[in-house]
Design a binder for this molecule. Sequence first.
Ligand SMILES: *Cc1c(COP(=O)(O)O)cnc(C)c1O
Length: 377
Amino acid sequence: MFVTTESFRNLSKNTIPFLDVGYTYRTVQDEIDAAVSRVLQSGQYIGGDEVSLFESRFAQFVEASHCVGVANGLDAITLSLRALGVGPGDEVIVPSHTFIATWLAVSETGATPVPVDTAPNGFNLDIDRIPSAITPRTRGIIVVHLYGVPVDLDKVADVARNHGLWVIEDAAQAHGARYKGRRIGAHSALTTWSFYPGKNLGAFGDAGAITTDDAQLADAVRLMGNYGAAQKYEHKVLGVNSRLDPLQAAVLDVKLRYLESWNQRRSDIARTYCEQLAGIDDLELPLFSGNNSWHLFVIRSNKRDALRMKLEQSGIGYGVHYPKPPHRQVPYRDGHSKTDMSVTDRLSTEVLSLPIGPHLDDESVEYVIHHLRQTLK
Ligand SMILES: *Cc1c(COP(=O)(O)O)cnc(C)c1O
């Protein structure tokens, strides 16, 4: 997701970048240049057709009735929480193993994020442990389809229904992923998206969106992100300024046409990794599934740090998602020192993200496989 400094350290002939956000631009440069120039010449630099066109196409892609473009993925979560009326005194369940944005959005509203540890055999939150985290103050649950692995949403919905809670899906890593045959996008009350450049669908800067099947919630988040006004100078709520930029919308609209083929390439690489790295001691592979968006290909090893060094020596970029979980970060560490998050703590010492994405050719994938096998044999 983030370009690690490690990715640039060995710029030798054999460098395999972990991420190459410029690749997708180079492959569709003519179309993107035309779209950018069209926006610049239009004189419409906030809102307008470019934004609404992308919103409707993205909604269609994720099989949702409504899409509201916003400024970034963090705002998408915060605005969703605000639209659901979350504020000081409330508690919201969050996964302990996630990018910190999921937690920060809750804190931004004045509410408290209440973490649930990771399931023993996976990366997503342990749904069985949600009920024990629920208190009379709990308002809802945010789930994260981490790395692109879809959460078992039916199971989460059951827990939510039994306790009168809503569910928000943080889908920042799940563009194109599916749950039970249907795209991630409107299985729950609200689904939030980031178009940060390194995501499967990335802008050339910050951008985000919210999708939903609920027209009222769609209106509420739109109001919230537009100064609380549906009409100019008529302010209904204490809103903020968080809008999707037309330039980014135009770029995203071009890239959206290629998302399926780029995701297919990710999936093909993941399948190759799963097949060719199988059966190695000290290496745990993710389960292959065509429902995953394969934002990241994350392996686990108790020899993670030795592996990192070898990859660096071989000029192979990698990532660690994430080296320090939110409950260990300065703003949260005091409040959560007593909660058991041992699965997450262990994960943070074992996870390693291999290069994956449309920028990798077969040869690069073979190179990565070859070096990993050499190292661990
Ligand atoms: C990237 C990401 C976000 C935040 O997105 P921004 O657009 O950078 O604000 C939120 N949640 C998860 C899981 C992410 O990966």
